[in-house]
Design a binder for this molecule. Structure first.
Ligand code: UDP
Length: 320
């Protein structure tokens, strides 16, 4: 197969590109480096079967030759990033998804949407099943991401129902691992980088809010299974192992052996109180479940961030 991956220089996009290449497929990677980084794909450049286009999927996109799959992974995806790029976030979820679907339709390709647990907002049912419609504040700071992804799901289903495009939708829950951007503002990257740099570890609020963390290899395995198998209805892919943010901070302190202290900062607006995927559907439809325990996954992620020490990517972000 020849597949197009948008956001190929991002955290998940780069792992996905690698996996498709390893499975013997051809990959056209596309990225405009708003939040992706060239380092993530440096090892793929020049490799047989890999092509790269620096391009913004939110504008008209032409790809020459046959395409069998379009996997739309481009988007700022950490709350700090989408606060910094609110309009590109809305555009890539809306216009970018429209362009990617148009391309899939023109090429007769399967379309795969990277959606998110954020479509559930601050959920009123726990754990979250795919049948839950969510509790999203459309005009809050996270609305730019949540509503763009909800629109993306809606237009994906419309292309499926109206144009007969073969589509998939994955709802990705918090995922972590090597190639996360060091200063992307997410909890796992923040805590590990802070621990390694011996900076204070910043818990937002009292740290009793929960998240469930999936190691990237497990997440990619679920995504690939859904791409090849599955059906058009959304599927949660995430690890149901749930932790409070406070527990995560303690674990990072223990695993890094840092001397960092823990400090508390204000809880961001609309920060979901709890999050945990119900993965019954992924289990029965795809025979998928995660295998990497959080301790093991964190240890591998810590190794990755250690390897970046000394690089300017680890330096604190300076705001203009
Ligand atoms: N968080 C935190 N300290 C940080 C970064 C995040 O306590 O330095 C909290 C954040 O408030 C949220 C959780 O960790 O409750 C997960 O945040 P993240 O930005 O990773 O993504 P989210 O799951 O909220 O989309």
């Amino acid at each position: 197969m020849r597949v197009l991956i948008t956001g190929a220089a991002g955290f998940l996009g780069s792992h996905l590109a690698e996996r498709f290449l390893r499975d013997g497929h051809q990959v056209v990677g596309l990225d405009n480096f708003v939040t992706g980084h060239p380092d993530n794909i440096a090892h793929l450049i020049g490799r047989p079967g890999f092509e790269f286009l620096q391009h913004n999927i939110s504008t008209y996109t032409f790809v020459a030759g046959p395409v069998d799959g379009v996997l739309h992974f481009a988007s700022p995806a950490s709350p700090v990033d989408y606060l910094e790029h609110p309009i590109p976030t809305l555009k890539v979820g809306a216009l970018g998804t429209h362009n990617a679907l148009g391309l899939a339709k023109a090429k007769g390709a399967r379309f795969f949407l990277a959606s998110t647990s954020e479509v559930y907002g601050d959920p009123l049912i726990h754990p979250q099943t795919e049948s839950y419609w969510g509790n999203v504040n459309p005009i809050g700071p996270r609305g730019v991401y949540d509503e763009a992804k909800r629109f993306a799901e809606a237009i994906t289903m419309a292309y499926h129902r109206f144009h007969g495009v073969d589509t998939r939708i994955v709802r990705i829950f918090n995922t972590y691992g090597p190639r996360m951007r060091p200063r992307d503002g997410r909890v796992v990257s923040n805590f590990i980088v802070q621990a390694l740099m011996e900076e204070p570890i910043t818990i937002y609020g009292d740290g009793s809010q929960t998240r469930s963390f999936c190691y990237v290899d497990d997440e990619i395995d679920g995504i690939v299974r859904l791409f090849h198998g599955g059906d058009p209805d959304p599927v949660n892919i995430g690890n149901p192992d749930e932790y409070t943010v406070r527990q995560l901070a303690d674990l990072v302190v223990e695993l890094t052996g840092t001397r960092s202290t823990i400090v508390h900062r204000a809880l961001p607006a609309d920060d979901p109180r709890v999050r945990r995927p119900d993965i019954t559907r992924a289990r029965s439809l795809l025979g998928w479940e995660p295998h990497v325990a959080v301790r093991e996954g964190l240890a591998r992620t810590i190794e990755y961030f250690r390897s970046l020490r000394g690089s300017d990517r680890m330096a604190p972000k300076i705001r203009a």
